[in-house]
Design a protein around this ligand. Structure first.
Ligand SMILES: Cc1cc2nc3c(=O)[nH]c(=O)nc-3n(C[C@H](O)[C@H](O)[C@H](O)COP(=O)(O)OP(=O)(O)OC[C@H]3O[C@@H](n4cnc5c(N)ncnc54)[C@H](O)[C@@H]3O)c2cc1C
Length: 581
């Protein structure tokens, strides 16, 4: 059964339906216990139990595969109501009192708070200690999550990752969890759409005849940095040597734009400026003028090397690691819907208090805690933080994001692409970022089936999933996403751009849209502003606390890239092992 695009079912209507004992009652009674009630799922859920389900019946897979053709018209992604309400209505003293009132204490060696890819990597490395993993989300994966439709996994946030050197510890991690056998390597340049025309050789200057020299000069610079040719060093984050750290510090002194203009000795051509600006909105929810050159060069130079794509995006990395861990770690140790509200280091270890999935307070005592949650959460939950660290945390900024997935009941038969960038008319208004990003809407479109084996081997599936990216590169963006009516407002904007620009461009028929699903993320993008490294803020954020608490999240470097999260997980789990003996 298909629903009409212009007549979304609201949560209220769905609840009414539920009250009437219609479709929902049927679905609820049919759902296997692992697919606990999912308010978004209004299609028939698959009846196979997900192997990543704990004894309480909570599925911790980063993929929600319970959705049918119909999902409720409300935001997917984060469900912030529980943490927001808890921290809003209970002050620090009340939280401490609640934590200290818990008498029944569970003992373990390692507890991991936050099961994003960084926390998962650390837990994976420490799996022999059978860590307990707590995450406030409905599922594990953090910003590396996805959903599925008619057997096609698609991402609701992080999409792809970058090639690694043969001796890289990240590559070793990928090989251990077995994803090197599944990913598809993308080598071709992404197309761009400029003034309604598609170009496939942007960096050869195809869009600007006469100005090719600047395109070619920058292209060569990015390639040299990526391949470390002509004396260039790739600015890895975190750096693997002191030499790379020194390079990062040089780049950290300026914005991405200032660095590129220094390299060119000229202002950026408007098409290059627009392409890089849209890249920054899409990749970091910030602008060329907000991003440090360290982060900008790390990300953009890597685009000139191999890109790895998994079916369903980077959630598949998280899922593979979790599956592998279940060989060693009891299923009862994987605990979604566990909101940690207090962490205290005592002489005996670390006391971690949380609200469990039944709404009850619980406490664990561990030898070591790994904090994979963002630092603005650390600032709320970790007791006795040093003033310097608190001050560092107060200076951090994070921006918001929407990801929409369009499900089309029609095969995609045009020229295949992975990530298609929409550059409008090749200009944007630097003085009014809010207006100009609102007018642009989606910056890029990912073909969701790019990495599916049925694409590369046995032909294409009969349907298409497109994943659309829209960052909010200004601090007021988050507030706009949480206002009353936000879903309807952004749904209408996505639907318009999809119907009028995106599907016609890809020769897909808007009448065959089955659903548009939007995931909302409140603080997913830490802003890597210039100066964070040189001012010592990064060092302060990453430093272990009282020898028992280790930090691993992407914001250790205020940098949203999966490699940073994984590498931090690898580095700090090694330090934790030293403590554990
Ligand atoms: C839309 C989007 C697209 C992206 N695309 C890419 C991409 O293509 N390639 C790439 O490399 N990177 C991409 N990124 C960035 C990448 O997703 C992140 O760098 C990475 O996934 C972050 O992982 P993490 O573990 O460091 O943090 P997170 O994923 O933020 O994990 C933190 C976890 O902590 C949990 N938590 C928070 N507070 C508490 C609490 N009080 N108690 C318990 N748990 C708590 C959260 O629920 C969350 O699961 C993208 C990000 C977004 C938002």
């Amino acid at each position: 059964m298909k629903k009409k695009l212009d007549q979304p079912i609201t949560r209220r209507q769905a609840v009414k339906l539920l009250g009437q004992g219609g479709l929902y009652t049927f679905i609820l009674t049919q759902l296997p216990s692992c697919t606990t009630f999912n308010p978004r799922a209004s299609g028939l859920a698959p009846s196979v139990q997900d192997p990543l389900t704990n004894p309480d019946g909570l599925c911790f897979s980063p993929f929600d595969r319970t959705l049918g053709d119909l999902a409720l018209k409300e935001f997917g992604g984060e469900k912030p109501d529980v943490p927001h309400d808890f921290f809003l209505f209970k002050n620090r003293a009340e939280r401490k009192a609640l934590a200290d009132s818990i008498k029944d204490i569970e003992k373990t060696r390692v507890v991991v708070v936050g099961a994003g890819i960084a926390g998962i990597t650390a837990a994976y490395e420490l799996r022999s200690y059978k860590p307990i993993m707590l995450d406030q989300g409905q599922r594990f994966g953090g910003n590396a999550q996805g959903e599925a439709w008619r057997g096609t996994d698609y991402s609701t946030a992080a999409a792809y990752f970058c090639g690694q050197d043969a001796d890289s510890s990240i590559l070793k991690f990928y090989q251990e969890i077995g994803i090197d056998k599944i990913w598809r390597t993308k080598k071709e340049e992404d197309p761009v759409l400029l003034n309604s025309k598609r170009y496939t050789n942007f960096w050869n200057g195809e869009t600007a005849p006469g100005a090719e020299a600047q395109f070619l000069k920058l292209r060569k610079y990015f390639e040299d940095v990526n391949e470390e040719k002509e004396g260039q060093l790739y600015p890895e984050i975190p750096p693997g040597s002191d030499e790379v750290l020194q390079r990062l510090k040089q780049l950290d002194r300026m914005t991405f734009r200032a660095h590129l203009e220094e390299v060119l000795g000229a202002r950026l051509h408007p098409h290059i400026e627009t392409a890089l600006e849209h890249y920054c909105w899409s990749t970091f929810a910030c602008t060329l003028d907000q991003m440090s050159a360290a982060g900008g060069m790390n990300a953009y130079a890597a685009e000139f090397g191999d890109i790895y794509v998994m079916p369903g995006g980077n959630g598949a990395i998280a899922e593979a690691a979790l599956k592998k861990m279940t060989d060693t770690v009891p299923l009862s140790h994987f605990r979604p819907r566990a909101l940690v509200f207090d962490v205290q280091v005592s002489s005996q270890g670390v006391l971690v208090s949380y609200i469990n999935h039944k709404g009850k307070p619980a406490r664990i005592q561990a030898d070591v805690a790994i904090l994979g949650c963002p630092k603005f959460v650390v600032g709320k939950i970790l007791r006795d933080l040093e003033p310097e660290r608190l001050k560092a945390i107060e200076q951090l900024n994070y921006n918001a994001y929407l990801v929409a997935n369009v499900l089309v009941d029609q095969p995609f038969r045009e020229d295949e692409f992975y990530d298609y960038y929409l550059l409008g008319n090749g200009t944007f208004d630097r003085a009014n970022i809010e207006k100009t990003t609102d007018e642009q809407g989606v910056t890029d479109v990912i073909y969701g089936s790019y990495a599916r084996p049925d694409i590369t081997a046995a032909g294409r599936p009969g349907h298409t999933v497109l994943t659309l990216y829209r960052g909010f590169p200004y601090s007021e963006g988050r507030g706009k996403l949480y206002m009353d009516g936000a879903f309807e407002k952004y749904y209408a904007q996505f639907a318009k751009q999809i119907r009028e620009e995106i599907l016609p461009q890809l020769k897909l028929d808007p009448a065959r849209i089955v659903d548009i699903r939007i995931a909302r993320w409140g603080h997913p993008m830490p802003i890597q502003a210039p100066g964070l490294i040189n001012r010592g803020i990064i060092d302060t954020l990453r430093r272990p606390f009282k020898e028992r608490v280790f930090f691993v999240q992407q914001d250790n470097w205020m940098y949203a890239a999966i490699e940073t999260s994984i590498q931090e997980g690898l580095i700090w789990s090694k330090e934790a092992k030293k403590k554990l003996g």
